[in-house]
Design a protein around this ligand. Structure first.
Ligand SMILES: [Cu+2]
Length: 247
């Protein structure tokens, strides 16, 4: 059989195999942490879509690399004294590669790019506004009636919350892994983030239910975290009343 044909068959077989394994890992297993907000579904869907699209491309590169390593390795005894003959570009492959990756890049710019971002941001309306102030190395949370908590965040389930985030000293980042949201805390500026918690739970149920600083900010950075507790709406109101009364 033609040597080139054999190369292509090896490449094709490897590509299909690697793609199948990769797609199984991405689509067949749910390796992502639990989702505790409506926004988390949007983010995870985007992540899974991008991974599913990236797998065949990575598999193609890996297959071509592997076949080339075997096919073009030194096949004479001893170390050769000069370079082998030049290998010329296969223009058909290059054109196909550029066209398909360009198309993919444009596609993902629209979805999940623009479409996902619009879905994530949604309407600028909130059931509850919570102010968050970051500083080295703690978090202060202020609720609508002025009541405060330090290094504790309580939220009502199924209500759209707006976080108004700022910093007292340097850049920090407000990150809640279970909600899949993250936004910088910038001194002298207020940045806003919307999130709708789903499900009743706390840090004790899932360690991803926490606010973690995600911008390296000095010695205490890794400890700059606070547990998040999501309560039923009426329980949250009762908790907030107690807090405001200093109970
Ligand atoms: Cu920080």
């Amino acid at each position: 059989m033609d040597r080139r044909l054999v190369d292509w068959i090896w490449f094709g077989t490897l590509w299909v195999l690697l793609t199948a394994v990769g797609e199984f890992l991405v689509l067949g297993l749910d390796l992502l942490p639990a989702r505790w907000s409506a926004e988390a579904d949007v983010v995870d869907d985007a992540y899974i879509l991008l991974m599913a699209l990236a797998v065949p491309i990575f598999a193609g590169v890996a297959a071509a690399l592997f076949v080339s390593l075997v096919r073009f390795r030194v096949q004479v005894d001893g170390i050769p004294t000069e370079d082998g003959p030049p290998v010329h570009t296969n223009r058909r492959v290059v054109r196909l590669w550029l066209a398909s990756t360009l198309m993919l890049a444009l596609m993902v710019t629209v979805n999940p790019g623009f479409i996902g971002l619009a879905e994530l941001r949604g309407e600028p309306s909130a059931d509850l506004v919570v102010e968050v102030q970051a500083q080295r190395w703690s978090w202060k949370v202020t609720y609508p009636d002025g009541a405060e908590t330090w290094n504790q965040l309580y939220l009502p389930a199924d209500q759209r919350v707006r976080f108004d985030i700022t910093s007292l000293d340097i850049l920090h980042s407000f990150w809640i892994p279970a909600f899949r949201v993250k936004l910088d805390a910038v001194p002298g500026r207020t940045t806003s983030l919307y999130v709708t918690p789903e499900g009743i739970g706390s840090f004790d149920d899932d360690f991803n239910l926490r606010v973690q600083c995600a911008e390296i900010c000095g010695l205490g950075h890794s400890n700059m975290a606070m547990p998040v507790t999501v309560l039923e709406a009426d329980e949250f109101d009762a908790w907030l009343n107690d807090l405001a009364e200093g109970a």
